[in-house]
Design a binder for this molecule. Structure first.
Ligand code: TYC
Length: 142
């Protein structure tokens, strides 16, 4: 949205037209001081509204951590397959991460913008439930 930045006199000559010549005035010095210290009186038609182009406001997308949670029943191989397939980890990374989750209770599988994180959570949950595994996948604001 554009916003009004300031009001300016429209044209010098417009102002001059309405001014009595200085030489005709009885007290030139007093008039000169007044003119210097205060802005010239302007009618609304004599003002120009300058619209400043707004800076484009670029908002970084909020990021979400996607966690896998340990449980006692989901097979280790199923979890490593999830980590390679859904989270694009290498076989070695997937094995290490699965063991971290197994040992510590949970770990971050990836950090993504909201809709990608949401899609990954849904993919993991659907794959796990389709094979009757209780694997939990959750997301939280990074
Ligand atoms: N604890 C599981 C087992 O011993 C393996 C496992 C790892 C399960 C990570 C879930 O997110 C998980 N079979």
């Amino acid at each position: 949205m554009y916003r009004a930045a300031m009001l300016l006199p429209q044209k010098e000559e417009t102002m001059e037209k309405h001014r009595t010549p200085m030489t005709d005035q009885p007290n030139m010095n007093a008039e000169k001081k007044r003119a210097e210290s205060s802005p010239p009186a302007t009618k609304s038609e004599d003002r120009l509204v300058v619209l400043e182009k707004p800076k484009p406001k670029i908002k970084e997308p909020s990021l979400y951590k996607v966690f896998l949670i340990n449980d006692d029943y989901t097979p280790m191989d199923f979890v490593t397959d999830i980590l390679t397939g859904v989270f694009k980890k290498s076989q070695d990374e997937a094995t290490q991460l699965m063991l971290d989750i197994h040992n510590k209770g949970k770990a971050v599988a990836g950090i993504f913008p909201f809709s990608i994180a949401e899609t990954k959570v849904n993919q993991v949950t659907e794959k796990a439930r389709s094979q009757d595994h209780p694997l939990e996948c959750i997301m939280e604001r990074a």
